[in-house]
Design a protein around this ligand. Structure first.
Ligand SMILES: [Mg+2]
Length: 88
């Protein structure tokens, strides 16, 4: 399967929208430890979705998609907050 730029742009947009929505509800990460903890929680939720049996859980692909977006959004928020903290 080849890299598809349009698909990557669409995924990036979904991640950005999730991050912007979460940022309207939650304050910035106070520390690297907090950012890591939130990101790990999302990775753990993605792992739980990955482990589902697809025959018994037909919603598995959609769950994985949503959790991937949340992982990306929290990584983006972590990066964003670190960048803001470094700048005056
Ligand atoms: Mg999640």
């Amino acid at each position: 399967m080849a890299f598809d730029e349009q698909t990557a742009v669409e995924c990036s947009q979904e991640i950005y929208e999730e991050m912007a929505d979460a940022s309207s509800k939650f304050p910035p990460f106070n520390s690297g430890h907090e950012g890591f903890a939130v990101l790990k929680e999302e990775v753990d939720e993605l792992w739980e979705a990955v482990k589902l049996n697809k025959k018994r859980h037909p919603e598995r692909d959609e769950l994985m998609r949503k959790e991937c977006i949340q992982v990306g959004a929290m990584a983006l928020r972590f990066l964003h907050d670190m960048k803001l903290r470094r700048e005056p």
